[in-house]
Design a protein around this ligand. Sequence first.
Ligand code: AMP
Length: 188
Amino acid sequence: MTRMLIIGPPGAGKGTQAERICDRLGVPAISTGDIFRANIKEQTELGHEAQTYTDAGNLVPDSVTNRMVRDRLSQQDVEQGFLLDGYPRTVAQVEELDRILEANGVSLDVVLLLTADKDELVARLLGRAREQGRTDDTEDVIRHRLDVYDEQTAPVVDVYEQRGIVSRVDGLGSIDEVTERILTELPS
Ligand code: AMP
């Protein structure tokens, strides 16, 4: 049973790797970005609450995001483990996740930090914008999202470093290579 978080700057390949790791381990991937995008597409109330923020590359307010994650982590399929992707993204969200997990009597086993340099990230995100037509992937918004990561999400890594549960994985290379690197970092 493994409770994992994958973290890293936008474009590092978290979503792709999260799906592959979850397939291998048979646990659900919980991507807050994917949940927001699905709700925006379906035009739900949550989608309306989130869209102005996601379009601008800003973080959706904690009041909305935390409630959504709390609901998701109360579902039965997470009992055998899970992989969080894109949450927590601020130190305040780390504290909220601590409360949620503590109430469930569990804790995170490992935080996978996927690294890549900035030029590579921008190039990948521009490529993805062309392929998928993601509205949050224009060049200005991409650069802004990278700044938001440095300012708000990098401190999350520091918190988990202090707890001694961060494993760094080089995100450069083929998708298969990166998956193999991640699998070797997981507790057996
Ligand atoms: P992602 O696909 O993880 O890069 O997320 C896409 C967008 O969803 C982000 O730019 C934010 O606007 C929003 N989002 C995703 N996760 C969070 C979170 N944990 N807190 C706040 N906003 C989030």
